[in-house]
Design a binder for this molecule. Structure first.
Ligand code: GLP
Length: 247
């Protein structure tokens, strides 16, 4: 895993943005895996800015989002469909047909999961997957204990995840108890992975990822086995390592 140290959230977002825009310039039909949460918001702002300045077009890229809550309508302000439209898709030129998100309202979840796996496979797998890091080590919504060979599946959200994500909801009771997520195997099949980590609240999780052992109890640890992972982390998340280097 390559670790890129940056000063703060803004620098992390800019660095991630540059990597992705360069990839799109290299490969017009890039298959981009996208994440939600607070972490990638700055990245989306940066990509929108580049588009508005005429520096990039997203017309040919194909996207796959990592996850979605179960039983939240696509227009619900807390659904990841809504998040992606509001924070990225509505502001750029990506055609609707190139956007893939899991349907949290599907009538048949098994079928929804299988079809998503199949769509990723048919797209030739993900070229670059953006990931955030859960405080409990989750990636996507793959909670501690998830099998490393899992594919797209339905999950019961960890109480810590529901508590953390309740900041986006009116009340913790409103946070769905289940979600649907790409599996660890899907993520590991991405050709390249970009893990973004910012803030002191992620310090312990990041330290465990870097120094700890590979275990299904800490899902992100599997990334150590991937050939091409870049972690872009700010000083707050990396505090000890930053101090050692005088940053
Ligand atoms: C959420 C999402 C993940 C995200 C992570 C970190 O629950 N399902 O895809 O990467 O947890 O969230 P945040 O960026 O808000 O810290």
């Amino acid at each position: 895993m390559k670790i890129v140290k940056v000063r703060d959230y803004e620098e992390m977002s800019q660095a991630a943005c540059k990597i992705i825009l360069d990839k799109i310039k290299d490969k017009k039909h890039l298959v981009l895996g996208l994440a939600t949460g607070s972490t990638p918001e700055g990245l989306y702002r940066c990509m929108i800015h580049a588009y508005k300045e005429g520096k990039i077009s997203f017309q040919h890229i194909v996207t796959f989002n990592l996850d979605e809550y179960l039983n939240l309508d696509q227009n619900h302000p807390n659904s990841y469909h809504y998040y992606m439209k509001k924070k990225f898709f509505n502001h750029v030129d990506i055609p609707k047909k190139n956007i893939h998100l899991l349907d949290g309202m599907a009538t048949n979840y098994i079928q929804e999961c299988q079809q998503y796996d199949e769509k990723i496979r048919r797209a030739g797998n993900i070229d670059i997957q953006v990931l955030g890091l859960g405080v409990n080590g989750h990636i996507g919504f793959n909670e501690p204990g998830t099998s490393f060979i899992s594919r797209t599946h339905v999950v019961h959200l960890d109480p810590t995840t529901r508590k953390t994500n309740s900041k986006f909801f009116r009340d913790i009771q409103d946070v769905p108890k289940k979600a649907i997520t790409m599996g660890i195997a899907n993520i590991m099949e991405s050709k390249e992975i970009l893990l973004l980590v910012s803030g002191k609240k992620k310090e312990l999780a990041l330290a465990r990822l870097i120094n700890g052992e590979i275990s299904e109890q800490f899902p992100a640890s599997i990334l150590k086995k991937h050939q091409n992972v870049t972690i872009i982390a700010d000083c707050a998340a990396l505090s000890k390592m930053c101090k050692e280097n005088g940053n």
